[in-house]
Design a protein around this ligand. Sequence first.
Ligand SMILES: [Zn+2]
Length: 456
Amino acid sequence: MIKEFDFTPYFHSPEILAAKVLEVYFDNEKPSYPIDPFKMLVFFGVIYQFRDFKDIEGIYLVPQDSDDISIVGINLKRPIPRQRFTAAHELCHHIKDRTLNSICSFGNQSDPIEKFADKFASALLMPKYELKRIVSKYEADGYVKFDDIIFISDYFGVSFESCVFTIAYSLNKISGDTESRKLRSRMRKFQPNLKRQAMGLAIYDFNLIRNIIDSYTYFFENESPLVWYNFKRDFIYNENKMEGINIDQEDIADILTDLRIHKQDSEFCKSDYKDIIEVVGHASIYEYLIEVEQQDVSAYTMMDFHRMLYQFAPHPEEAGKTRIVNNLVLGSKFESSDWHDIPAQIVEVDLLIRELFSRKEDLSVSDYVNEVVKIHHKMTVIHPFPDGNGRISRAMLNCLFKLKKLPPVYIKLNDKEAYYDALKKSDLEGNYSGLQEVFYKELFRSIIQLNSKFVI
Ligand SMILES: [Zn+2]
């Protein structure tokens, strides 16, 4: 794309260059906000990857030859608004400084190339004409208040701090002392994150992580066997730990290694310990998930998963059957379906899955994830089996993820409470956004873990 448009006449001003880049990207249509700099990187022919950098915001690597592709790396640990700013900054390098590899450290304002890229990023995400228009909505007596800047920064998907600075210095719409050190100290006292909490807002807008999921390039086949092996160990460890199965990571590694060598003849398949038997069963679910194809999947796949989970248990013939009693667990967070209704509700899940398959290719990744999350939630409510429901309903979720070429996800032990709270919120309020956010984050984490060695 970039080869078709010559931006060189606009290299004298970061603001003018940013305006021109937006014009080309939106094809002369009105931009929609927040601007998605990740999608723009992809549009202009760049692959971006999040990485665990120590003290840099991002890097830009120029293509080595005409067949090669430009690569941008973004610091994984920074807040999302900062990552968006870095993506926009690296886009500037791609457009303007294409012959130079750039390593962009925190707050490097002495280098004119870096300074230009920062100004470009700010103007790309917060174009002055749009900022003026939004600020005028909140303006009173010629000024805008910090409280309102919370909403303005969300509109543009930028940090509160950079929004305040831009409004103060490019529009002169902040009252009082705006000398930069004073302004910083005023912002610290204001405590924007606490204010957000008090207003019932998340630390950042949910849509920002949604943007990342939608434009991120994930390479399913590209990683080394060791990376997949480590992922599998973490997956099985966390999934089982979630259900209170008492087994540590080293034991899991021993079990997986023995299974790989001896398969069904592994001594662990004959274990007397319920916990070990379930871990072995769960490992076979994982193997299935990695290979599954759409024609093999329906709501009844959950029965197969249940049989796999308990295949080495003392009475494997009982596995795969739905429960014939009601769960009356005192103090339980969830209320599950009456057992008489289970078969009809599984038919409903099957219809949802078929409907999802019919739209699969047309849905964005985040829209697809949203639908899968609803199906997952419905399964947790049906609670079809006497035991193993958590692992089975997450296995179904992963199975549906795989069919959209997404990696498996698991809930990390530390995130267990957030996951249960989000499930409960879906139950009580029919509000799935918390649960969707949990899985956006897990998906993002899996992608990073599984593509850890790729390209950069
Ligand atoms: Zn830079």
